[in-house]
Every structure is written in C-alpha cells, then in structure tokens.
Ligand binder design. Sequence first.
Ligand code: HEC
Length: 398
Amino acid sequence: MEIMEWVQLAIRWIHVITGIAWIGASFYFVWLDMNLTPPVKEGAKDKAGVGGELWAIHGGGFYEVQKYRLAPPEIPSTLHWFKYEAYFTWISGFILLVILYYFGADIYLLDRSRADISADAAILIGLGTIFGSWIIYDLLCKSPLINHQGWFGLVLFLLLTLAAFLLSQIFSGRGAYIHIGALMGTIMAANVLKVIIPGQIALVTATKKGEAPDPIYGLRAKQRSLHNNYFTLPVLFIMISNHYPMTFGNSLNWLLLAGLALVGVMVRHYFNMKNQGRAKQGFFLLPAAFVLFCAIAWLASPKSNEVPAEKVSFSDVEKIIHDRCTSCHAAKPSNADYPSPPKGVRLETPEQMAREKTRIRQQTVDTHTMPLGNITKMTEEERKILGWWISQGAAITD
Ligand code: HEC
C-alpha cells in the first residue's frame, strides 16, 4: 500500500505541473489576443496580413508579437504548438481519478446514505457522465446556439448545475465534485484534441498548399479556447475543494458549487474585459463576485443545533470515537488500507480526541465527511453527541 502512496504523489505532482503549464499558456494567449492592437504601419510591406501586434517586456528583454489575420504567406520552419500540456494534464488527472475514486470507490465515491449502489454501478455512472458531457457539449457547440454567446453560456451553466445536482444525489460530496471537475477538464482537453489542434493543422496545410485557409477553423478554435478560459477558475476551485469539507460536505453542495463556479466566471470575465480596455464597464464584477462569495459562505455555515443542558458523558464520546474512527486513526491502524494514520490524525487517547475537537466537528458533525464513506456506520445520534460534547467544552473527564 505504501508504494501506491508514492505512485499517487508522483502522478499528482505531474498533474499540478502540467496543469500550471496548460492554464498558464491559456491565460497568456487569451491575454495576448485581447491586448493586440492594429499594426502601427498598416499596409507596410512587412506587415501584410498582420491583424494585431503588441510589445511586452519580461525577464529583462523586449518581445514583439504579431498575430496574422489568418496565416503568414509562408509557414516558418520552426512553429511552436501547445498541446502536450493539455494532454498530460488530462491523462494524469484521469489516472488519479481511477486510483483514488475508482479503486477506492467504497470510501471516496460511494455514500450509502445517499444511494445504495454497487461500486461498479457508481464507476459506470461516473465515466458515463464524464464522456457523455463531452458529447452533449460538442453538439451544443455545433448548434445555432453557439452564435448567441450569452445564451450559450447560460445553457451550459444550467446543464452543469443539473449534472452537479444529480451526481450529488448519488455520490459522496467529494465524488460529485471531482466528477464535475473531471467532466469540465475532459471538455477542455477534448476541445484541444478534437477542435483546436485539427483546426490549426488545416490552417497550416492550406497555407503550405498556397490556398486561402477557411476562416471557420480559426473562428471555431477561438470559441473553444474562450470556453476553456472561462472553465479554468471553476475547475481550479474544484481541484482544491477537497481540503474544504464545508463545501462538498454540505447538504446543498451542488448549489455551493454552482455559486462558486459563478464567482470564478465573474472574476475571469472582469479580467477579460479589463484586457480589452473595458474595465470601466465591468467595474461591478469584482465587488459582485465578492458579495456572492460571502453569501455562499453564509449559506454554507452550519445552523447551530440546540445543545442540551445536561453534560454529555465523556465515556460515551470515547466509545463512539473508538468504534467509528480509531480503526483508521491510530498509530498502527487496524484497517489494512492505511499503513499510517491518515493526515497524521490519531484518535486513540482522550488528549488526542480533545486536541482534534475543531477538526472532528468539521469532519463529522458539520459535514458527513468522516468516517470516509461512513464505512464504520456512524449514526446521526452519535454525530449529535460529538457535537454537543465539543460545544460543552470537550472535557475529557466525566
Ligand atoms: C476508513 C478509514 C477512516 C475512518 C473510519 C475515519 N477516517 Fe478520518 N480520515 C481518513 C482518511 C483517508 C483521511 C484523509 C482524507 C483525505 O485524503 O483528504 C482522514 C482525515 C481525517 C481528518 C483530517 C481532515 C483534514 O483534512 O484536516 C480528521 C480530523 C478525521 N479524519 C477525523 C475522523 C473522525 C472524527 C472519524 C470518526 C468519526 C474518522 N476520521 C474516521 C480515514 C478514515
């Protein structure tokens, strides 16, 4: 088992590195596009076909960039492509999904209090959602709706919210979140593989043959990369969300996800407008995103439950934790899947239990994140007792 942890570490590391390279390039090129200005000496011989240009300074040097309306008269001998970042981000992400959520379906993907289905059924639903979403999205892009940017965005947003709602009825909170992230990441990577790169190949081929390239390829590629650009911030939130059980562990987790995705899209939109010199028209976007973020935090905050006057007996608490938690959270866990206590959290002695009271409340009372997959069958009553014990001061003597 220990070796699997190292495999996971290596793949996760690669995933983060390739993801940064991909999203960094995506941000950079969208920024470029939006900052281009018409060539200064339009019509000059060396500017034939150039649609926009810009100057930049970085790392101690000046850069002059020119973008051709369609293609340069001749394809240069060295032409840089950007695609492997996308492919490797997707591949490493998919391997992680399989290792963590599919091999570990019992604890990470399933939540028997939501849907009593087998691990195989859950995995099929997960894969079906990921690949099915690409098909639906691609059809949507080929429909007339694509000509109405605003409506397209709204329909896509509602469909994604519906997917989040449906998955949250079947999977654990984490499982639902990671599948929305995976399906969005899949759409992004498939946009590169199936639309953007083939369009660019067609562009290069036509230019090499001396034919005028069909502008539709450039247009489509640009639409898809803009979609990818708006997907980035929501996807990045999902990737870090598993550190925050107050999001995925909430009973309205799908709504929180939709709201936070909207926050990301608004922030992205503001920066896109700013880069086009339209910061003034978009001035309200950042404050509005902040207000929405605060509203979500308020909506997610646990509603306090009545604490009884009578003191909870610590021996009851100790027994609950020993029965439900210690099989994993011990120096030497009896659960064979864990060679060491997960996240270093040990819950064997009264002192350890009291020390971890804040995290115990987050993981077990405010949300149902622990026990993972409720594998030790903790009851609602037991969660309440732990909550009361913590509210009453988490004393370890009776
Ligand atoms: C099946 C094994 C298992 C059981 C049972 C279990 N846990 Fe965990 N626990 C884990 C794993 C695995 C993690 C690390 C989760 C991750 O990868 O994010 C964890 C993480 C935690 C954390 C740290 C969370 C963080 O990110 O800071 C706390 C606190 C915790 N568990 C408390 C509990 C409590 C309280 C119980 C009993 C009610 C419990 N656990 C039962 C496996 C278990």
